[in-house]
Ligand binder design. Structure first.
Ligand SMILES: Cc1cc2nc3c(=O)[nH]c(=O)nc-3n(C[C@H](O)[C@H](O)[C@H](O)COP(=O)(O)OP(=O)(O)OC[C@H]3O[C@@H](n4cnc5c(N)ncnc54)[C@H](O)[C@@H]3O)c2cc1C
Length: 369
């Protein structure tokens, strides 16, 4: 049986950040990924926004890890020349009755340690975004965009230079706790039994399945997964947007917003559709919903300019009628199994928070944590 110090399950942005952090600490790391490349699930099917940390409840893991992660991510992008830009984001009130809700983001962000939001009048918004219809907006200067593929490539490069190894087309089948570690059974290209002291479950949409694959893990600690699908449309033709433009957030999502990518193209999304399983097919009948949502803040939109782009799925652990759940990161302090870390519900802002999540996991696996 092969032996390794740490097994990281999943080569998404979270698994890669953790692998990098542990490898840089001098640990032996093996990343096991079921697909034939890194980042093929949620990490390449998102908005690629570096979030400021505005919306999340005070003291939640999402708030703390987003704000810390944003700082670390900007620093890392600078050092590594990863394409990114602090484009700034407008959260627009399109009607007078939305003004109070939008203004409330300012104290909410301050609660999370984000003190740079400002209120802009209708005229000031028009100066920044001439085609956007609003009665005013909150501006977040620290919100940005990133080339997430390039970011993951750098994380993997760092991890590999520090000795980590990644195997693809290899799926975790079972994890059995035993004295001083775990026996991890894999199927696929590298079917093996591996003895590992530390196992980190960063399997994204599949994290709850991995939780259930751990023998003797208390089932009551494994959350029920929910899947909330998101569609994105790209804008064909001229892009008038220089900033990210968001409507007022809904209970379960940030609403259909405009993001610009590093190539300067605009795209709209995500919407929210609760689904039963993992299915990335594109349902173009949603175009009308997008058109109606977008024209509230961009009346010039032409429906024919909205081109189907891609979908993603939020790995949620709270259902449609429940309050949004926080990130759930469980260590031996929660489940009693030394060396096992489970990361559940790693939805947005997981990309922004990834380096801070990795720091947290690194602390949690210390023997006296
Ligand atoms: C629509 C949408 C928009 C978003 N927008 C943003 C944003 O703008 N900014 C932001 O900060 N965050 C955003 N997020 C959140 C962010 O994308 C995620 O938090 C992040 O990508 C999660 O990364 P991950 O590594 O946990 O999961 P994933 O990227 O899904 O990686 C998990 C990996 O585990 C592998 N795996 C699963 N099961 C097994 C197994 N049994 N054996 C081996 N491998 C396995 C999978 O193949 C996959 O590669 C968004 C998310 C969504 C859905």
């Amino acid at each position: 049986m092969d032996q390794i110090e740490c097994v990281i399950i999943g080569a998404g942005v979270v698994g890669l950040s953790i692998a990098r952090a542990l490898a840089l600490e001098g640990r032996d790391v093996l990343i096991i990924e079921k697909e034939d490349a890194f980042g093929l699930h949620t990490s390449s099917r998102n908005s690629e926004v570096i979030h400021a940390g505005i919306y999340y409840p005070k003291n939640s893991l999402k708030a703390q890890l987003c704000v810390k992660g944003k700082e670390l991510l900007y620093e890392y992008c600078e050092i590594r020349n990863i394409p990114h830009k602090r484009v700034g984001k407008l959260i627009v009130a399109t009607e007078d009755f939305e003004v109070e809700t939008v203004k409330q983001y300012i104290p909410k962000a301050i609660d999370n340690g984000v003190g740079d939001l400002v209120w802009l009048s209708q005229e000031e918004v028009r100066e920044l975004e001439p085609e956007v219809r609003s009665v005013g907006a909150v501006f977040s200067p620290s919100t940005g965009i990133i080339d997430s593929h390039n970011y993951m490539l750098n994380l993997l490069g760092d991890a590999e230079r520090a000795g980590a190894v990644v195997v693809y087309q290899t799926t975790i089948a079972s994890i059995k706790p035993e004295r001083n570690g775990f026996v991890v059974e894999t199927v696929g290209l590298n079917a093996h039994e591996i003895k590992a002291e530390i196992v980190v479950n960063a399997a994204g949409l599949y994290a709850c399945d991995i939780g259930r694959a751990v023998a003797d893990l208390d089932e009551n600690l494994i959350p029920q997964p929910f899947y909330a699908k998101a569609h994105y449309y790209s804008l064909s033709g001229r892009n008038p947007f220089k900033h990210l433009v968001y409507p007022v957030a809904r209970k379960d999502s940030l609403g259909v917003h405009v993001t610009v990518d590093m190539g300067g193209a605009a795209r709209f999304g995500p919407d929210l559709d609760w689904i039963k399983g993992i299915d990335y097919s594109f349902d173009n009948s949603r175009q009308k919903l997008f058109y109606d949502a977008i024209r509230r803040y961009w009346p010039c939109v032409n429906r024919d300019q909205l081109q189907p782009s891609y979908t993603g799925i939020r790995p949620k652990i709270s259902g449609p009628n429940e309050p949004a759940a926080d990130f759930l990161i469980q260590s031996h302090r929660d489940h009693g199994m030394k060396g096992l870390i489970n990361l559940y519900g790693m939805e947005s802002p997981g990309l922004t928070a990834s380096l801070a999540i990795a720091e947290m996991v690194n602390r949690l696996i210390e023997p006296d944590a």
